[in-house]
Design a protein. Structure first.
Length: 327
């Protein structure tokens, strides 16, 4: 089978398409998927750079965290799926190949209204957003959510799901252009943040109360302003660290607000937790995709042969939504 292969850790120019061994036949609850398209993620860039190796059991040279495709074979104990089913899901690595082996609990059915290319833009962003905002953040109808990097894949997914469920959403971005694009998806207030200063505007928008949940895809530099932006008993969900891993903050403010600070990631979790996140995604988000209440946001599509161009475009930070590779 063809696979995206990291020949040497460093720049995307070290990527090439190679022949790799096709996964073994599925047994027990395993499913072999013929991959049609995959979404790119910043974690893939980090893996290419040698800064984010996959968990044990996955090749460090074949990246990929999400996929859309068709069930090719099933194990003897598989009950949910049959050959030919259209499925999408998340994995800890190796999705950027023509075939992958995964457990039946880690995939969901693609709605009929989505193509494989559209579906490939969904799993990592929407499962991450749903898990962070609703499972961990416990956001409910009528509450207020603040999303940093709202124009990113996860940010835009979170914006759409939250609006579909009746929340008010404030978003930040370093560029006004991305905020303007997000307004079409229901963003209630967009804040341009060339510097990490936003708490005053957030408090003004919420009449001094603050927000109930923050989805932070940026990290260290935003931490102090995040605490100032939280409502009493607010939840800060940390997902990304693009602005740094270290933060200095006022512990007294965290105590005073009885704030919850929750860190999360999907890749390193045990399969049981990923399966539960996938189940909730299938139950709560896939119906919204099926009825058009939320939509995949595909920025650009590349054939897998143009993988270097695709990765370089992701690295440019110019994308709005997801970049997809087609096999």
């Amino acid at each position: 089978m063809r696979a995206v292969y990291i020949t040497e850790f460093g720049a995307p120019e070290n990527l090439e398409i190679r022949e790799a061994a096709t996964p073994s036949k599925p047994d027990n609850t395993k499913v072999l998927v013929r991959v049609e398209a995959v979404g790119l993620n910043r974690a893939d860039l980090l893996q290419v750079a040698g800064m984010y190796p996959p968990p044990a059991g996955y090749s460090p040279n074949i990246p990929g965290l999400e996929f859309a495709g068709e069930v090719a074979e099933i194990g003897s104990e598989v009950t949910k799926w049959k050959t030919g089913d259209r499925v999408f899901g998340i994995v800890a690595g190796e999705s950027q190949a023509e075939f992958l082996l995964t457990d039946e609990s880690l995939i969901a059915r693609i709605p009929d209204n989505l193509s494989f290319t559209e579906a490939a833009a969904v799993p990592e962003a929407f499962i991450t957003a749903n898990d962070a905002i609703f499972t961990l953040g416990n956001l409910s109808e009528g509450k207020t959510l603040l999303i940093h990097a709202v124009g990113s894949g996860v940010g835009l997914a979170g914006l759409q799901i939250a609006k579909a469920k009746g929340a008010t959403v404030i978003g930040t971005s370093r560029t006004a252009d991305k905020l303007q694009k997000c307004s079409a998806f229901g963003l209630d207030l967009g804040l341009t943040t060339p510097e990490p200063v936003f708490a005053e505007a957030v408090l003004e928008k919420t009449n001094g109360r603050g927000v109930d949940v923050i989805l932070d895809l940026v990290g260290g530099a935003y931490f102090e302003q995040n605490l100032a932006s939280l409502a009493t008993k607010g939840r800060l969900i940390l997902v990304g660290l693009t602005s740094g891993r270290i933060a200095e903050f006022n512990l007294g403010m965290a105590l005073q607000k009885r704030a919850s600070i929750i860190g999360t990631m999907l890749r390193g979790r045990p399969n049981s937790e990923k399966a539960e996140a996938t189940r909730l995604f299938a139950d709560e988000v896939v119906p919204l995709l099926a009825n058009g209440a939320v939509v995949p946001n595909v920025d650009r599509v590349y054939p897998v042969s143009d993988v270097i161009d695709a990765y370089n475009y992701l690295r440019s930070n110019e994308s709005f939504g997801k970049i997809v590779l087609e096999f």
